[in-house]
Design a protein around this ligand. Structure first.
Ligand code: CA
Ligand code: CA
Ligand code: CA
Length: 265
């Protein structure tokens, strides 16, 4: 009887020791949309290449307007000179389904604490090729370059958290907070870095302490050689769990208790 009590206590101690780390390390999973394009002046899989992919190069800020469109997508800014974009119509196709130039699928990225116990979550992929082996799959050097991605999530603005958002990557990245452009890394370029602090933009972006807001990320991979996607944020973004992840965590705990009991017998 006494031995059984000790066994149970040991098992309980093992579970309670591992539980906080599992809870703290719960990843933030963002499910998004990917649109695959072919290179300009090519036709592959019966789909024509797009004029804005594998064509013009260079930094190109101001491609999008400061306010998201009514459909929740970036709107081309015709008032600016944008040498890497052919037209408003060509830009529209970046983030809208159009089987004449793109093929659409879904993808997930998983953000984890950047170090043990950190409240900053990050996702870094210096070989960001989520369309490899999928969709149109026109490859160059073994990778499917030429695609766009978009992610939509929510967060609660808390002034006391002094939250930050950092991005590094290529090519274009447009981040919107509360429907307004907060970060513009537009253009076809090597990996570039941008960031913002929520408290610094709260007045201009109409953020009220304790209220919920949208965070929308639009990215484009438009040139071969490299594809980098790296973001870090202290914002507790609304996560969409991977199917079955909670059930797997439960099974892992049951397995741990079982192994502890067996080990003591
Ligand atoms: Ca421009
Ligand atoms: Ca492609
Ligand atoms: Ca690139």
């Amino acid at each position: 009887m006494k031995t059984n009590t000790i066994r149970c206590a040991l098992a309980f101690a093992a579970v309670t020791a591992v539980l906080p780390s599992l809870v703290q390390a719960a990843p933030i999973v963002l499910t998004g949309t990917i649109r695959d394009f072919n290179f300009y002046n090519t036709t592959f899989g019966g789909v024509a290449g797009h004029v804005d992919f594998e064509n013009k190069m260079g930094d190109d800020r101001g491609i999008v307007q400061n306010q998201l469109g009514a459909d929740g997508k970036p709107v081309y800014n015709s008032a600016n000179s944008n040498p890497t974009v052919s037209s408003a119509a060509s830009f529209y196709q970046w983030y809208h389904d159009d089987p004449t130039v793109n093929k659409t699928g879904s993808l997930q990225i998983t953000l984890n604490p950047i170090s043990s116990g950190s409240t900053i979550y990050g996702y870094t992929n210096n070989s960001f090729f989520p369309a490899d082996g999928k969709l149109l799959n026109q490859t160059n050097g073994g990778h499917n370059f030429g695609f766009t991605t978009e992610f939509h999530t929510l967060f609660t603005y808390m002034t006391a958290n002094n939250d930050t958002f950092n991005f590094a990557g290529d090519d274009d990245v447009f981040v919107f907070i509360n429907g307004k452009l907060a970060l513009d890394l537009g253009g076809v370029h090597a990996s570039e870095t941008g960031n913002f602090n929520l408290n610094n933009i709260k007045t201009a972006f109409g953020l009220v302490d304790g209220s919920n807001y949208s965070l929308d990320i639009f990215q484009a991979e438009r040139h071969t050689v490299a594809s980098n996607f790296s973001m870090q944020t202290s914002l507790q973004l609304n996560s969409v769990p991977e199917p079955g992840s909670l059930a797997l965590m439960g099974l892992a705990l049951i397995g741990l208790v079982g192994s502890q009991l067996r080990r003591k017998q």
